[in-house]
Design a protein around this ligand. Structure first.
Ligand SMILES: Nc1ncnc2c1ncn2[C@@H]1O[C@H](COP(=O)(O)OP(=O)(O)OP(=O)(O)O)[C@@H](O)[C@H]1O
Ligand SMILES: Nc1ccn([C@@H]2O[C@H](COP(=O)(O)O)[C@@H](O)[C@H]2O)c(=O)n1
Length: 223
């Protein structure tokens, strides 16, 4: 049996990790794993249980009952906690506002890293594109393809605020900047680690960015 090719993608908020990784996986006919969805789903779960997200001990206590599932088909990836489909709920500003507090707890990171590696091991496709903040450095440091997807902060802010009609651009931009600042205290996703290829999409449109990612995959993995 041939080994699944893992494409590890990291980057700051709004850099296009999920949309570009998903599109690249679709074009390659490979699986896709959004790791941020698990941090978001755990945040949703903690808030549902009325646990204080800043109380690390209480968050750790919630982990054994956190029954998480995510699909890895890039065409239809839904997220479940128990029987509840939380695909939409985990994208609300309320969840986004608390996710960094959850993600900074080392026990949470170790728990979710184990979960991600289990999902990757079970992939039945030739490859899987896995995106997040610490995939190139912690979750899959030995992946044959490792990419840092980035873009200037002003460009990322503009792309994110274009998605969120009805929210002020200044507020959306500030929330993105603050989340990156908090997350960067835990893992370095602003600088490419040794052996990681940077794809800067500041001056690329969406399709050009997907092409650039696919070119890195083809060169590194010979597919
Ligand atoms: N090269 C590009 N040109 C124009 N728009 C882009 C480009 N790359 C991504 N986008 C758009 O930018 C927005 C943010 O992308 P996406 O949600 O994939 O980022 P992300 O890195 O996953 O963000 P987060 O970490 O906050 O979830 C989306 O609307 C996406 O379609
Ligand atoms: N590998 C990862 C992925 C995500 N996080 C945390 O989850 C938050 C949400 O991630 P999105 O990609 O959906 O924006 C993110 O802000 C991080 O706090 C992480 O720590 N490691």
């Amino acid at each position: 049996m041939t080994e699944t090719i893992v494409v590890a993608v990291d980057g700051p908020a709004g850099s296009g990790k999920s949309s570009v990784s998903k599109a690249a996986a679709r074009r390659l006919g490979w699986a896709y794993l959004d790791t941020g969805a698990a941090y978001r789903a755990l945040s949703w779960y903690v808030v549902e249980r009325q646990v204080d997200p800043t109380d690390a001990a209480a968050v750790i206590d919630a982990l054994p009952d956190f029954d998480y599932r995510i699909g890895t088909d890039p065409a239809t990836s839904h997220v479940y906690v128990g029987d509840t489909d939380v695909t939409e709920a985990i994208r609300t500003p309320e969840v986004t506002a608390v996710v960094s507090a959850i993600a900074r707890v080392p026990e949470v990171r170790a728990f979710l890293t184990g979960l991600f590696r289990g999902i990757i091991r079970k992939t039945d496709r030739d490859g899987i594109v896995v995106e997040g903040r610490d995939i190139t450095t912690v979750v899959c440091p030995d992946a044959p393809v490792r990419i840092l997807l980035t873009a200037d902060e002003a460009v990322r802010m503009a792309r994110r605020s274009a998605e969120l009609a009805g929210h002020s651009a200044a507020h959306v931009g500030e929330a993105l900047r603050r989340r990156d600042e908090a997350d960067a205290r835990v893992v370095d996703f602003m600088n490419a680690a040794d052996g990681v290829t940077t794809v800067d999409s500041t001056d690329l449109d969406f399709d050009q960015t997907v092409d650039a990612v696919i070119q890195v995959v083809q060169k590194a993995a010979h597919v």
